[in-house]
Write a protein that binds this ligand. Structure first.
Ligand SMILES: [Zn+2]
Length: 297
């Protein structure tokens, strides 16, 4: 069985040895304490690569016959180069795959390093966890921003969270600065900018209690999710969609399905499903490994 190391890079570096789409051991973390969230932000890219190399070595243990290394990075990734990383801007343009391969070669690990978008890695992990590596999987992550991942891994850019879902000129809360974007309505950061006097959880609570402004926003939020999902269905066909991230707590499934039904009318496109799934480190690590395995072997 091929042994692969999966890695995710966000506010922490997490790594694990993956064998046959499972984790035989435990994950390793840097920094170990979860509250040290700025440890990576302040590092230059070379130091981040060094940290990743150390975590890969820790995950590999004594094993040197590693077939591939897959790294999930939040941002826009093409050909092993991070072209845009809003949370770790120092990685922009860094040739991380090459640097890490060279560093690991010095430790006796001759393995190709594949850098992938973390949301795509998560989609691959979901596919592996439900045993469906032969179907199309799409996932929306509803967090500070909105992530969009798809499996199988294909070349190209899938910035689904920036899908244009309204032509309203006042809709300009997206983190990227673009107008009318899904993230500008659904992202946690965007919601806080829109409702300066209320936290997102208070907005959805007030919507339940009949506050008109909040209820209107709740509908807009669900229309945005339905609209972006409908666009994805119209471009790539129906299939299984998953929702994850800390703001899935706001999802009103009947409302979402009702809007989606109004937006997707062609009958061959109606065989889609939407389900909420737990977002966990293990799935993301396995997904990064599965993606690396499929492109490297
Ligand atoms: Zn945007």
């Amino acid at each position: 069985m091929a042994k692969i190391v999966g890695v995710t890079l966000s506010d922490r570096v997490v790594a694990g040895l993956v064998v046959d789409h499972k984790l035989p051991g435990s994950l390793v973390f840097f920094p170990e304490a979860q509250d040290d969230e700025y440890a990576l932000v302040e590092m230059p890219s070379e130091a981040i690569v060094e940290t990743m190399a150390e975590q890969v070595l820790a995950a590999a243990g004594k094993e040197r016959e590693i077939a591939a290394i897959g790294i999930g990075v939040p941002g826009l990734v093409r050909n092993g180069v991070v072209e845009e990383a809003p949370n770790l801007p120092q990685l922009k343009g860094a040739r991380m795959a090459e640097m890490l391969e060279a560093r690991l070669r010095g430790e006796g690990i001759e393995a190709p390093v594949r850098i992938i978008n973390d949301a795509d890695g998560f989609a691959a992990g979901i596919a592996a966890s439900i045993g469906k590596l032969d179907t199309v999987i799409r996932v929306w992550t509803l967090g500070i921003g909105i992530g969009y991942g798809r499996y199988p891994l294909t070349d190209g850019v899938w910035e689904g969270g920036h899908t244009v879902i309204t032509l309203d000129e006042k809709e300009n809360y997206c983190g990227c600065g673009g107008r009318g974007h899904m993230e500008g309505i659904m992202g946690h950061r965007a919601m806080r900018l829109r409702f300066l006097d209320m936290e997102p959880e208070e907005i959805f609570e007030a919507a339940k209690n009949g506050d008109t402004r909040c209820h209107d926003f709740k509908r807009l939020w669900h229309k945005a999710l339905a609209g972006a999902t409908a666009t994805s269905i119209h471009l790539r066909g129906p299939g299984r969609f998953f929702l994850a991230g800390f703001n899935v707590r706001f999802v009103d499934m009947p409302m979402l399905k009702d809007y989606l039904q109004q937006m997707v009318k062609m009958s061959p496109l109606q065989s889609y499903s939407i389900e909420i799934i737990q977002d966990d480190q293990e799935t993301r690590i396995i997904g990064a490994a599965v993606s690396a395995e499929q492109t490297a072997c």
